[in-house]
Design a protein around this ligand. Structure first.
Ligand code: F6R
Length: 247
């Protein structure tokens, strides 16, 4: 696993954006796996800026997002489709017909089928961006004795509901279920880039970087079996996580 330790979160976002830009420049038809969440959000302005400066075009890429809440309308502010449109898709030359954020409204079985077609109908994901939950989830793969490999409906844990309540009017408004790529889907991406920041991620990042075990109770540790993962964290998080590989 490659670890990049930056001076601060802003620098981490710039670094991750540069990795994505490099990928798209190398292959303008890249298939990108994208993430929402507060941490990944600040990566997108850097991509938009690079597009505006004429440094990169996203016109030929295809994208597939990790997940979406069930029961949420795509135009509601908390929907991941709306987030992606507002943060990235509507601000660049992306062909929106080639973007996919799962629908939280379609019947789950039908949407799981569509999700699989988007994931596997053409080529594998070249680069998958991910964040990590306070409890170690990636996508919405929550800690459990067994994880599900493929696309599925996940019941959100109390920890995730509490963590995501900040995006809703109240905790009771947070949807209880989501559709998500499974752990196997994420691990099939050719390259994975994880961005994390903040004290509340220290325990999980410690388990990922300062420990050599793999456990389904911290799903992010499964990334240790993938041959091409880059973790981008700031020095404050690296110190709190007990990561000694840097400096
Ligand atoms: C979002 C996603 C989630 C988030 C994670 C971290 O598409 O799949 O795994 O990446 O919950 O969210 P933040 O960055 O808000 O702490």
């Amino acid at each position: 696993m490659k670890v990049i330790v930056t001076r601060n979160y802003e620098e981490s976002c710039m670094k991750v954006a540069e990795i994505i830009i490099e990928q798209v420049k190398k292959d303008p038809t890249s298939k990108l796996g994208l993430a929402t969440g507060g941490t990944a959000q600040q990566v997108y302005p850097h991509l938009v800026e690079a597009y505006k400066q004429g440094r990169v075009s996203f016109s030929q890429i295809t994208t597939v997002n990790l997940d979406e809440y069930l029961g949420i309308r795509p135009d509601s502010e908390q929907s991941y489709r709306r987030c992606m449109d507002d943060w990235f898709f509507d601000r660049t030359d992306i062909d929106k017909a080639k973007t996919y954020v799962p629908s939280g409204l379609n019947p789950p079985n039908m949407e799981i089928k569509t999700f699989n077609e988007k994931l596997y109908g053409d080529k594998p994901i070249d680069l998958q961006l991910i964040g990590v939950g306070v409890n170690g989830h990636i996508g919405f793969n929550e800690p459990a004795a067994e994880l599900i490999a493929g696309v599925h409906i996940e019941k959100l844990t109390e920890s995730t509901i509490q963590a995501n309540a900040r995006f809703f009017a109240s905790e009771s408004d947070v949807p209880r279920e989501a559709i998500t790529m499974g752990i196997g889907d994420i691990l099939k991406a050719k390259r994975i880039v994880l961005i994390a920041t903040g004290e509340n991620k220290a325990k999980v990042i410690g388990k990922l970087l300062a420990d050599d075990t793999v456990t389904t109770s911290v799903p992010a540790t499964l990334l240790k079996v993938h041959p091409d993962v880059t973790v981008v964290i700031d020095e404050a998080l690296a110190a709190m996580a007990g990561y000694k590989g840097c400096c």
